[in-house]
Structure formats: C-alpha cells, structure tokens
Design a protein around this ligand. Sequence first.
Ligand code: PFF
Length: 495
Amino acid sequence: MADKNEWGSNLSFILAMIGSAVGLGNIWRYPYVLYSNGGGAFYIPYIVAILLMGIPFLILEYGVGYDFKSSFPKAIRSIHSNWEFLGWLLPVAVFIIMIYYSAILGWDGIYMILSFSKGWGANPDTFFANTLLHSTDSVSGLLTFIPIIAVAMLVGWVIIWFVSHRDLEEGLGKVSKVLVPALFVIMVIIVGVSLTLPGASIGLSELFNPNWSLLGHFEIWMAAFGQIVFSLSLGMSIAFTYASYTKDDADLITNTISIALANSLFENFAALGVFSILGYMSMQSGTAVADLVTQGTGLVFVVYPTVFNVLGQWAYILGPLFFLTVYLAGLTSILSTVEPLSFSIQNKFGYSRSKAMTILIIVGAALSMIYATAYGGNVLGFVDTFINQIALLFGIILECIIFAWIFKAEKLIGFLNSRSKTIKLGKWWLVIVKFILPVFIAIIWIGGLNDVIQTATFDQLVFTALTAAILLIATVIFTVLPSKNPDWDKTEERV
Ligand code: PFF
C-alpha cells in the first residue's frame, strides 16, 4: 500500500501543495478581502499573518505528518490512545468542504461553456440567481431539482475520480505537475491583457489606495488571518497527509516557504487582474469601482459576466480563459480535500487507495445533490460560513494543542533544521506555535462564533447544527468501527 501513496519527487509534493492552496479563495475571495480591508494598508496584517501563522503552522503540520508517516487519526491515536475521535474530525470536515466546493466547480464549468457565446444574456444577475440556480429562500426549494447543475457537478466528480483513484504519483502527482504551472501561465496572460485595458489604472489605484486608519481595527486583522487560513488550506490535515506521503529527503522548511510565496504571488496577481478589469468596467459604465465590487460568487458569476458583456471581442478570449482558470484552480484544490479521509480509511480499514477513493467519491457525489436544488445556494452559504468561521479555526487550535504541546514540537526541530537549506527553527518557533498562535486563533474563533450566533437566521442555525451533527456522527462512526489493519492497533502511546 505504501508505494501507492508516495510522491514520485519533491517537485510533485510542492506542486500538489500549491495546487491545494491556490483555489477559489485566491481568485474570488482575496481581491475582495484586500479591497474592503484597507487596500494597501492590508499588506501589514497580511504579511504578519503569513509570518506569524501561515509558515510556522505549516511547518508544524508537515513536521508531524512527516514524522508519523501515517494517516491523521492514527497519529492522533498514537499520541493519545483515547483521542482517535479528534483524529477523524478534521478529515471528515475537509470532506464536507469537498462536497460544497464541487457545486462551485459545477457552476464554473457551466459558465466556461456559456462564456464562448456570452450565454448569460444581458442580465447576468437574474440569469445566475433565477435562470440557472432557480434560487429561493424557502426551504421547500430543496424539493426542486435542477438537472443542469447536477450534470455539471457529476462531470466534476468523474474528473476527480479519474485522477484520484490512481496511485498518488500517477494521478495527483502528474496532474499537479501539469495544471499548477499551467495555472500560473494562464494567470499571467489574463493579468497581462487586463493591465492594458483602458481604465485599468482607475481600478488599481482604487485597490491599493491605503486606508491606514483601518490598521487599528480588529476586523482587518481578523480578515487577514481568516484569508491566510482558507487560502493556505491550514488546519485541515491536508498538509499533514501530504507530508506523510513524502520520502526521506524532503526539506520541509524550504518547501513551506516556497508554497506560501507561490500562494501569495498568485492571489496578488489575481487581485491585479480583477481590479484592472473592474477599472475598465467602471470607465465604460460610469459606475464607481466601489459599487462594482462584490464578494465570492457575486464577483465570479455576476460581475465578471457583466464585464465581459461590455468588453467586446476581448471577452471571447478573456472570458473562457478566466472561467478555465477558476476551474483548474478549483480542481487542484478539491483533489486535496479527499486525501486525508481516503488515506485514513485505507489506513484503518485496509482498503486499497482505489477502493477508498471510489467509495468516497460516490458518497460525495450523492450528497452534493443537495446543491442541485433551488435551496442549494443557501445551504452552500451556511455550510461555508460554518467551515470558515468555526471548523477551520478549530482545526488549527486543535493541532497546536495536540502537536505543539502534547506531542511536543521541540522533538521536530532537530530533523527539520538538519535538512533545511534556508531558515533554521529556534525558540521563536516554539513560542509561536505553543502560545501566540493558539491564543490569537482562539480569540478570532470566539469572534467568529459570536458573529454566526448574532447574525444567523433561524434556517441558518438549523443547517449549521445539522452540518455539525453530520460531522460528529460520521466522526463517531469511523472511530468506533473496528480496524481491519493489524498495524492500526500496534501503536503505543508516545506521551
Ligand atoms: N485553499 C483553497 C482555496 O484557496 O480555494 C481552499 C481550501 C481547500 C480550503 C482545502 C481548505 C481546504 F481544506
């Protein structure tokens, strides 16, 4: 089994990690977050978040994964035999991300095809909400099934299966080596063209115009940390799993720095492209840039089609390229979201990689059908908020406590430093992962939880509770099912 879950080279490992990091979060989330949190001034909390959290935390997660070379729940079980439950929690949570990510990927696939003929018509807003999603705020919309969305999602699931059920290097390794460099090349082309559009500078000066006074506000710091958590896929046992697939010679510290740099480079590039195009749009339509900027799905599926409508011939190149970039970025990220749970199932129940992946993908595809209903967009919003504001941050706190404190992060310093060709870890790293990070994230976590409770509608609370219940029930089931792998029980407590 082990050889089927091994990277062919360090390059495959780094590119797959970059593929996981660079995703929808970099394209639709980051430009908006940068703009609405102080523009140029946002770079201060953003860089602090990378240095204080992104890099030190990734080194920790990698270091432990590399040290254990096993699945996440097995490692947690070896650290403390009664805690296996906590080890299943994150792989299941990231599988929940996979299911809703597949819906956004499906929508994007539809737009990729529409972009060849601007098939969204003159009113992209009503097209997205009404014509395509049949969106309704009534829960009874769960009974209205939208076949086109289901088909688009199923196409995505088939592609995911095609890549993931193979041996690691044959599937994910090879795909990352082609798609991740391709993504950067396409992005450079999009940004290159966007920067030459008339009005681009209007958008860019709006984007970078620093609002220094915001630096004193807690929210902008929260936004920066939240962005880095999502964008670098932190706290979800992905880095752990990827590192456990590594052979013996990896320089994990240098890898981490490369991944964080590539991720930031990509999202800042995306911001340049997005705002140049918004500047152009603002000039054409006379609408202020501030009125054009929206977040997430609104930006990708409403503002962009609106821009392409006024872009003339360029739209037929930029449109398909843009939706293709979103698709590929989403694909390389979604491929990472099945790895932790799949590897854990292989590890505990002795399934082959191919069997575990096939079962998970069938289950994921079936569950994703909730997003192919008229109420699906709302459910997606609720689940996304739960994951971002509650689950991901909880994952980071959990890992800091278990890995930095109980496992004892100091054990990792020797072997990490001995391979590092760049920076060396010292006491400063322990102070960060043991104290600063868990305390800081706990404060943000409470803020986020409070925010959900204060602002949620009744339906949102119900769906949040349901998601949490599904997460907990699945976790309990995986924990109590007896293992079929004799090695599973061989682990002794290490503390
Ligand atoms: N990092 C991905 C993005 O920026 O879109 C999203 C993501 C993937 C977040 C996997 C979390 C995760 F576990």
